[in-house]
Structure formats: structure tokens, C-alpha cells
Design a protein. Structure first.
Length: 217
């Protein structure tokens, strides 16, 4: 089975499993989506949602976070991992948005990735979920699944993103990104499936007997 054939099998299973796919992070507008994605680094989406549900009703604009200042932002997000680093990024990206972009989130990768704390993956999520631009955000979890499913031999998330974009139709990227996230959490877990028990793994590699070890990004 080549990559194109595997892609069709994977898409069929994902579409059947998640005909409508929920967005993992809760947000109020594009700015709060950006903040939530930044907060989600090395942290579960559930934890981010639990923290931001008390923040976003009151603070949801760059001007709000600039006025709060770093120390108050730290107190608001203290239950989230590496909160001091993230508070610094949130404060300075908010200040940059106010000073340079008229308090609006820019709609290009280049401008997004210039913002403090915003890397390519975060920019891709905002472009995809915030603006509906075709994007395929790849984090370490999607990288692991793409390797496990034999869709990439990439040594990092950049190579894996390129491989996935070449395999799957552009019109499906945004939905696929979310479907893969949910499928990995529910069926193809790192310490459960091991590449041999879930429906996708068994369909793509019916003869695989030993656990598959993905290379870290």
C-alpha cells in the first residue's frame, strides 16, 4: 500500500469516526485563539480551557492584556505550565499587536511568526481555525502518528508537515488536522496502540506484529 492509498484509507476512517470534528480549544475571537494556542504548549487543552474560561469573559483584546501587565497575567494563568514565560509572551505579543497592527491579529504567516512566542505551528493553527486558510499544523503528536501510519520519514515537524501536505488534498487539511488530533487521543495513543491495535494501524499495516517506535521530532 503506497502513501496515496494509505491516505484514502485514513481519510475514510477519520471521516466515519469524526464526521463533525470539534475544535479542542475554547476561544472568543481570533486573538483569544492565538493566546490559547500559545498557552497549550506543554499543556493539555483541557487545562487551558479550564483556566481561560475565567479569563476570556473579561479579557479578550490585546489592549486588555497590555493594561493588565505581566505580573497580573502571571497570576491569571498560574495553573498552566511555564506560566511566567507564557505571560511574558502574551504581554509582549499583545503590545506588538496594539503598537504595530492596530490591535488586530495579522493574516499572514510572516507577520504572525514575528510576534513574541509565536512559532510556525501556532501561526498555522491561527491561519487554519481563525481565518479558514488551508493549513496543516503539525505538532509532536501528529508527527508521531504520521510516522506510525507510514506517511513520513521526516526527522522533524517541518518535514512531516511538507509530506502530509503532499499526500492529502489541500481542501481537507484543516479538518484532517483536527481529526488526527482527536483520533490520536482516543484510539491511537502513544502508550496504548503502539501502532498495532487501532483501526488505522491495522488497516495500513495488517502484518505489523511488534510495537512501532516513532522517532522524536
Amino acid at each position: 500500500m503506497n502513501n496515496r492509498e494509505k491516505a484514502k484509507v485514513i481519510q475514510r476512517i477519520l471521516n466515519k469516526t469524526y464526521p463533525k470534528v470539534p475544535i479542542p480549544l475554547n476561544y472568543k475571537n481570533t486573538f483569544t485563539l492565538l493566546v490559547s494556542v500559545l498557552l497549550s504548549a506543554q499543556c493539555t487543552d483541557v487545562n487551558v480551557n479550564n483556566v481561560t474560561k475565567d479569563i476570556y469573559p473579561k479579557y479578550y483584546k490585546p489592549e486588555h492584556f497590555v493594561k493588565l501587565g505581566r505580573k497580573k497575567i502571571e497570576r491569571l494563568i498560574k495553573r498552566i505550565g511555564i506560566y511566567r514565560v507564557k505571560a511574558k509572551s502574551i504581554f509582549y505579543l499583545s503590545k506588538t499587536l496594539v503598537d504595530k497592527f492596530n490591535a488586530r491579529v495579522p493574516k499572514t504567516y510572516e507577520e504572525l511568526e514575528e510576534l513574541p512566542g509565536v512559532g510556525h505551528k501556532t501561526a498555522s493553527v491561527v491561519m487554519s481555525q481563525g481565518f479558514g486558510f488551508p493549513a496543516f499544523p503539525v505538532d509532536t503528536h501528529i508527527h508521531r502518528l504520521a510516522q506510525r501510519w507510514g506517511l513520513t520519514s521526516g526527522k522533524n515537524v517541518v518535514q512531516t508537515e511538507e509530506d502530509l501536505k503532499n499526500i492529502f488534498p489541500k481542501k481537507n487539511w484543516n479538518k484532517l488536522h483536527l481529526q488526527i488530533i482527536w483520533y490520536g487521543r482516543e484510539y491511537c495513543k502513544a502508550r496504548d496502540c503502539y501502532g498495532i491495535t487501532c483501526k488505522i494501524c491495522k488497516s495500513c499495516y495488517p502484518n505489523r506484529k511488534k510495537p512501532f517506535k516513532a522517532k522524536k521530532a
